[in-house]
Design a protein around this ligand. Structure first.
Ligand code: M6R
Length: 607
């Protein structure tokens, strides 16, 4: 939530900051602001998207060699120009941008007001510049003043601070909210996330919790909260700037949906041993642990949670190891017992989701070793887990997760097969067939796009849709849940995903003449049951879309999308594609802001 950028160097600061903010707009987009440090501070803030801030700035001549910027996802205070960051102190010399939540801001604010400080906004953030201003009364060093101030803060923060009396310097700090430093040649950068840095540098340093950095043109110095110097070498990221362009597609979401065949190929690369029909997962837990596991606990949020459900179904089906999946925000607080010989699996595209991280830390505190599946190699989840598998989805920019989801499904399929291999050897015919089938997946995924025209026409026909139902059994229920989330979050169509067997226990009351239902029918053993569900909803006048494999029997529906046939176990990797496309084209029909849906942000780094 919220994106931060900062730059010190000789290039035109305004355009670097605006460009960086645009790359981070997926993190929040209700208001934005920039401050440039030249002879004075030049401050620009605007409610709405970054394009509005850009138009406000377009005629300004601003000189300077340092600046910070922010794109906001409001927590405290409505989105407006005043609540937009940066926030200033009383002197107007100090500016701060912040991502996170200051939990004790009310008590700090009361004390600061008693000391005579004047507040302009309703934000929690504004206490920070005033705190630093107070600290500077006794210290003549910005870094020390920041260290003194953050020791008073409770909650989470990524901060960037500039001060008129400390030219060509940015001080930044982090606790629980991500911050990455970009190392250039005679120039240095900071950002909430790597995409903002990619056009300028691939050399990064990830700031850890309770670290502070002083960024100058030619140096970057890192300190702990006591002010003790920390030495850390930069690492090189393997993403490049092209990956964060739309590449001819109208939206990032459509581009990312289309990238899925390659993402499957890249994520799988090097993990299939075709000679022995087994999966290699050197990044994961070793045989000795896998062989004696009595339980697996999976935790994640949103789309990644749906991937976790797939993991449960597959792990239990292939290996019989009891597997629980729990949403991060539930896992972190629930009172419960854990089995001794257990493994935690944490799934997160960003690797920074606050609830997922907290759930993972709870696992570790309970003595459960953690295997992480994440798309961001430098993320907190990657750094704090015992083993990490990097999905090779590349940067995902659209708020609605698509390619990261398929990469997560694939990673879990690889893990389930690896677990089976470790426990039972590699002679099982079902496992061998799956390894063979995995190889065909990229091409099958590509074939799925033959449906795109039909899906677009279907969305056009349903353009006045307000309610939708996605029903399925077994793994099809998992796909229904993810498909429903996509439709809700980008087209704002209310959508219920239900296990088809539950219809009679309540939701059937909602099925009346003209209601639109999608029935997923890829789980071959369950097809007779799905047939009955089809009859039930048709008898009540619903219009039904069937999603089935090319090799299964025709069903009497109003619309049918046919998928290339594959194993039931791998169906979620293909069946989700038409549902992602349906959500996309429905959102387009409705004129929605597809890449940046209302009220959401890509990376949910606050609770
Ligand atoms: O970065 P993460 O995978 O941890 O994010 C989890 C969810 O916030 C995320 O999947 C969210 O549900 C997406 N908007 C879904 O499209």
């Amino acid at each position: 939530m919220c994106g931060i950028v900062g730059y010190v160097g000789a290039r035109p600061v305004l355009s670097i900051l605006l460009d960086g903010l645009k790359k981070l707009e997926y993190r929040g987009y209700d208001s934005a602001g920039i401050v440039v440090l030249g002879r004075d501070l030049s401050l620009f803030k605007k409610q709405g998207k970054i394009s509005l801030l850009e138009s406000q700035i377009s005629h300004s001549q601003v000189d300077g060699h340092a600046g910070i910027g922010h794109t906001r996802w409001a927590t405290h205070g409505v989105p407006n120009d005043i609540n937009a960051h940066p926030h200033l102190d009383c002197t107007g010399k100090l500016a701060v941008v912040h991502n996170g939540i200051i939990e004790n801001y009310m008590e700090l604010k009361t004390a600061l007001i008693q000391k005579g400080h004047v507040f302009k906004s309703d934000t929690d953030t504004e206490v920070i510049p005033h705190l630093i201003e107070e600290e500077l009364l006794n210290k003549d060093d910005l870094l020390k003043a920041v260290l003194g101030s953050i020791s008073l803060l409770r909650g989470s923060f990524a901060l960037a601070i500039i001060h008129k009396d400390f030219p060509e310097k940015i001080v930044c700090a982090r606790r629980e909210s991500p911050l990455v430093l970009g190392i250039g040649n005679g120039e240095n950068f900071l950002a909430s996330d790597i995409p903002a840095l990619l056009p300028y540098t691939k050399k990064i340093i990830v700031l850890d919790n309770d670290e502070v950095a002083l960024i100058e043109k030619t140096t970057v110095s890192i300190f702990d909260v006591q002010g003790k110097r920390i030495h850390r070498s930069p690492q090189t990221v393997d993403w490049d700037a092209r990956m964060i362009e739309k590449g001819g597609f109208e939206h990032f979401m459509l581009k990312e949906i289309h990238e899925q065949p390659n993402v499957i190929k890249d994520t799988m690369e090097g993990h299939l041993d075709l000679a022995y029909n087994k999966v290699l997962l050197p990044e994961g837990p070793e045989d000795s642990l896998l062989q004696h596991l009595e339980a697996i606990y999976i935790t994640a949020c949103g789309t990644a949670y749906h991937a976790g459900l797939y993991g449960k179904y597959l792990i239990e089906a292939l290996t019989g190891v009891p597997t629980e999946v729990e949403i991060g925000s539930e896992f972190r607080y629930r009172e419960r017992m854990f089995k001794d010989k257990s493994l935690g699996i944490v799934i997160s595209q960003s690797g920074e989701t606050a609830d997922t991280l907290a759930a993972m830390r709870r696992m570790k505190a309970e003595g459960i070793p953690v295997f992480a599946i994440t798309n961001v190699a430098s993320s907190s989840v990657a750094r704090e887990s015992d083993w990490v598998f990097h999905t090779k989805a590349g940067p995902e920019v659209a708020v609605a997760s698509t390619k990261a989801y398929t990469a997560q499904l694939l990673s879990l399929a690889l893990f389930a097969l690896r677990l089976k291999g470790a426990r039972e050897g590699s002679e099982d015919l079902r496992a061998k067939a799956l390894v063979q089938e995995l190889q065909r997946l990229p091409i099958l995924a590509e074939t799925t796009f033959n449906l795109e025209g039909k899906i677009q026409a279907y969305a056009n026909r349903l353009r006045y849709l307000t309610d939708y139902f996605m029903l399925g059994r077994g793994l099809d229920y998992v796909t229904a849940m993810e498909g429903a989330l996509k439709l809700k979050e980008i087209s704002y169509v209310h959508c219920e995903a239900y296990p088809a067997g539950e219809l009679k226990h309540g939701p059937l009351a909602l099925i009346t003449s003209g209601k639109q239902v999608c029935l997923l029918a890829t789980q071959r053993q369950l097809l007779p049951k799905i047939h009955s569900n089809l009859k039930e909803v048709k008898a009540r006048g619903a219009e039904v879309l069937i999603l089935r494999f090319s090799d299964s029997e025709e069903m009497e529906a109003d619309e049918t999308f046919i998928l290339p046939a594959t194993s039931d176990y791998l169906s979620p990797l293909l069946a989700i594609i038409p549902l992602q496309l349906f959500a996309y084209y429905m959102a387009k029909e409705k004129g929605c802001d597809i890449d940046q849906p209302r009220n959401l942000a890509k990376s949910v780094t606050v609770e």
